[in-house]
Design a protein around this ligand. Structure first.
Ligand code: UT7
Length: 349
């Protein structure tokens, strides 16, 4: 039977380090607040003009492809997860296809924010299991720094996010017991507006009345940013942080346990949990709830902040590079975020 294994993994973060102290130049915040509430010490910001979500993805992909021992010409399909695409449309997948001079393969963009990479991996896994494709490039990449509110008004969001990219080559294998064991995908759209960027969009304030109405108001014909919308900061992401936090600490353990139970495994079988790097406090809560040891969980949010769709592949890449993931290890990926959507994947490395 065909399964999919991660044949190569790569990651890329911009050189430009932004510390918590640096952010104090723009907003009323402190290193103490940010570290205590999120664990973040610094993050990376892409070069304003020379780096995009796609260029970072290409750098990560080159490494993943080289480590898989193949070339860009061997890639059969691209699945690209991002919430910060280079263009409103088309998606970043085609830009990677062009930049890497790939064949005229299919390219699919996934818009599932924090759980985007796990969703992307799951989609790619299905194509491989059916025998349709052999080598799929799965990417998570974000350039958040282009669109955050760096005034005090936006501080609850802007201190959290960072830029970066991660990519894997998912490859068909017939080796028994290796590769993706199962993936588990969920959503609950009732809280869609609690973590969202409403504009540009076609909603014309259709979904939500008070109290968010003023924030997301988009008069018909002005969905692509009127001056008034910009003046009211309606062009920036919105997050009800505490509400997201409360839901995250329930759904992370739930979706991890779902994956384990489905496969007759327990938390003791996990060699490495890679949680989406949303907030160190969330990861620590999940670790405690599942009674996992420190060596069973990998976190790097301290250095990179929350890179949304890129956070899991960057963390997976670093954990592997540091020798913390070895052949035959059971690796669990888990994510929760905007939508809400949440997901997990179990992989035998
Ligand atoms: O990856 C996508 C999924 N996202 C998440 O999982 C994020 C989940 N939520 C969180 O991580 C946390 O809710 C935050 C880190 C966003 C916020 O932490 P919090 O402990 O929930 O703080 P809060 O929003 O309840 O705000 C507490 C106080 C407020 O001041 P008052 O009203 O008590 O005077 C905020 O205005 O902290 C203030 N505050 C800040 N102060 C300094 C908010 N942001 C900042 C800041 N610096 N950056």
């Amino acid at each position: 039977m065909l399964t999919s294994k991660i044949a190569g993994i790569g990651c890329y973060v911009p050189a430009n380090k932004i510390t918590n102290e640096d952010l104090k130049e723009y907003m009323d915040t402190s290193d103490e607040w940010i570290q205590e509430r999120t664990g973040i010490r610094e993050r990376r910001y892409a070069h304003r003009t020379e780096e995009t979500t796609t260029t970072m993805a290409v750098e990560a992909s080159k490494i993943a492809i080289e480590r898989a021992g193949i070339t860009a010409q061997d890639i059969d399909f691209i699945v690209f997860a991002t919430l910060s695409p280079d263009y409103y449309f088309p998606g970043c997948g085609v830009l990677v296809q062009r930049a890497m001079q790939m064949k005229e393969i299919g390219a699919l963009d996934i818009r599932n924010q924090c759980s985007g990479f796990v969703y992307a991996l799951s989609v790619a896994d299905q194509f491989i299991k059916t025998g349709m494709y052999k080598n799929i490039l799965v990417i998570g990449s974000e350039k958040h720094s282009f669109g955050l509110d760096f005034s005090t008004r936006g501080r609850n969001i802007s201190v959290i996010f960072g830029d970066g990219a991660g990519a894997v080559v998912l490859q068909a294998t017939e080796k028994e017991g290796q590769g993706i064991i199962s993936t588990h995908l969920h959503s609950d759209g009732h809280s869609a507006e609690l973590l969202a960027m409403y504009n540009p969009g076609t909603h014309a304030n259709h979904w939500v009345k008070e109290p968010l109405a003023d924030y997301i108001d988009a008069p018909i014909g002005e969905m692509f940013m009127s001056k008034e919308m910009i003046d009211k900061a309606q062009n920036f992401p919105f997050m009800d942080g505490p509400a997201v936090f409360k839901k995250a600490i329930v759904k992370f353990p739930e979706v991890i346990m779902e994956a384990l139970i489905k496969n007759g495994l327990t938390t003791a079988d996990i060699n490495m949990l890679i949680p989406h790097q949303a907030n160190l406090r969330i990861s620590q809560f999940v670790q405690q709830k599942l009674a996992l040891r420190d060596d069973q969980v990998f976190n790097n949010i301290q250095q990179y902040g929350n890179t949304t769709a890129a956070s899991i592949p960057i963390a997976l890449c670093e954990a592997w590079q540091q020798g913390k993931i070895k052949e035959d290890d059971l690796v669990c990926l888990a994510a929760f975020g905007s939508g809400f959507t949440w997901a997990s994947a179990l992989i035998r490395w």
